[in-house]
Design a protein around this ligand. Structure first.
Ligand code: TXA
Ligand code: MG
Length: 319
C-alpha cells in the first residue's frame, strides 16, 4: 500500500517488526528495525539479497551514532556538521550489540542521517535505528519514486511512504573511517573533493572489491541489454547495427542525433546534479519499454561525475 504519510502507523509497523519503504534524498529505502533480527532477515528475503551484504543504519540525530558505533574519531563530527543530514554514510567500528545480520558479520557498521523530511520524521517517531537498503530486488535499479518501489516489491512491503521523487537520485557516498586514513568505498554525489575540503587532506577511493555489493558487476542494472559508449563512437555504432537490432533507446547529454521510429533519443541534462537526479528514473522508464537495447553516452570526465560514471559502468557491466 502506498500512502502519502501516516508516520504513526509507519513507526508502529517498524516496532512490530514489519517492513516500511520510505523516501530519502538519495533513493527509496526498505526499512526495518535495526535491532530486530527477524525483521532484517525479512529484508534480505524480499530483496533476494545475499545475507553477508551489510546494511546501513539510519538515525535521526548525530547523538545516536554512539548507540551503534564506538571508537568514534572526532572527524566524524566535523563531517556530520558539514554533510548531515545528507548523502554520506560513515563506516565505523560497531558496538558489540549490533547484529551480524546488519554488518554482514563484520566488526564495522555503516551509519547515516538521511536528508528527507519524511525519513527524519519516521526515524524520530520510531526512535531507534532503521536499516534500509535501497528498496529494489538485488542487482536491479534503485527506486527513486514510490511507484518504482511498488513495481519492485509490491505487497511484500507492509507500507510504502510516498515522499515524491528523490532529489539526489544516487545512493550515498560511503566513507570508511575505521583505518588510518579515510577511504571512499562507494562514490556518491558528495564527491571526494568535497570531503577532502572539509577534512583538509585528500581522501582515497577504494580499489578493493570486497564487502561491497555496490562493487559487484551488474548492480543497478536494467534488464534490457545496456551499452555505454563515448560521444564519438555513438553515431557510428548506430549505423553498424543490423535492422533487427532496433528499436534502440539512446540516453545522451550532448548528441545531435534525433529520434526516429527506430531510435528513441532521451536528452539527459549536461549538468551532473540534474543528470544524477534523473538517471535511475530514466533507465527504469526505458527498461519498461520494448527496446532491443539501451545505449548510454558516457558522461564527461570530471569529479562531479564520478558517482554517475561509477553507476553507469556497473549498470552496463557484461553478464
Ligand atoms: O543512499 C543510500 O545509502 C541508500 C538509502 C536508502 O539510504 N541505501 C543504500 O543501501 O544504498 P544499500 O544496502 O543498497 O547499499 C549499502 C551499501 C552496500 O554496498 C554495503 O556493502 C555498504 O553499504 N555497507 C554497509 N555497511 C557497511 C560496512 N560496515 N562496511 C562496508 N560497507 C558497508
Ligand atoms: Mg542497493
Amino acid at each position: 500500500m502506498i500512502i502519502k504519510s501516516d508516520l504513526t502507523k509507519a513507526a508502529a509497523l517498524l516496532s512490530a517488526g514489519e517492513l516500511v519503504a520510505f523516501p530519502t534524498e538519495t533513493v527509496y529505502g526498505l526499512g526495518a528495525d535495526a535491532a530486530n533480527e527477524a525483521a532484517i532477515r525479512h529484508i534480505f528475503a524480499v530483496k533476494e539479497r545475499p545475507l553477508h551484504h551489510p546494511l546501513i543504519v539510519h538515525v535521526a540525530h548525530v547523538d545516536q551514532i554512539k548507540d551503534w558505533a564506538r571508537r568514534i574519531p572526532p572527524v566524524v563530527y566535523t563531517l556530520a556538521k558539514a554533510f548531515w543530514p545528507g548523502p554520506l554514510t560513515v563506516v565505523l567500528p560497531k558496538q558489540p550489540h549490533v547484529l551480524d545480520v546488519v554488518t554482514g558479520g563484520q566488526d564495522t557498521v555503516g551509519i547515516r542521517i538521511p536528508n528527507h523530511p519524511i525519513a527524519i520524521a519516521l526515524l524520530k517517531a520510531f526512535g531507534g535505528g532503521v536499516v534500509a537498503p535501497s528498496a529494489n530486488k538485488f542487482t536491479h535499479i534503485s527506486p527513486t519514486t514510490a511507484q518504482a518501489v511498488w513495481e519492485e516489491l509490491g505487497d511484500q512491503v507492509s507500507l510504502i511512504l510516498d515522499g515524491g521523487p528523490c532529489s539526489v537520485g544516487l545512493e550515498s557516498t560511503i566513507l570508511d573511517l575505521t583505518g588510518d586514513h579515510p577511504v571512499i568505498l562507494r562514490p556518491g554525489m558528495i564527491a571526494s573533493r568535497g570531503i577532502a575540503a572539509v577534512l583538509g587532506y585528500p581522501v582515497a577511493a577504494s580499489g578493493s572489491v570486497v564487502r561491497m555489493p555496490g562493487m559487484h558487476h551488474l548492480h543497478y542494472a536494467p534488464v534490457t541489454k545496456t551499452k555505454l559508449m563515448t560521444s564519438i563512437a555513438l553515431p557510428g555504432f548506430l549505423e553498424t547495427l543490423a535492422p533487427e537490432a532496433f528499436p534502440v533507446a539512446v540516453m545522451s547529454y550532448s548528441t545531435k542525433i534525433v529520434s526516429s521510429s527506430s531510435v528513441h533519443v532521451v536528452k539527459m541534462p549536461a549538468e551532473a546534479k540534474a543528470y544524477a537526479q534523473g538517471l535511475y528514473h530514466t533507465m527504469r522508464l526505458l527498461d519498461g519499454q520494448q527496446f532491443n537495447q539501451i545505449i548510454i553516452e558516457l558522461p564527461p570526465e570530471g569529479k562531479d561525475w564520478e558517482a554517475i560514471r561509477d553507476r553507469l559502468y556497473k549498470a552496463t557491466a557484461t553478464k
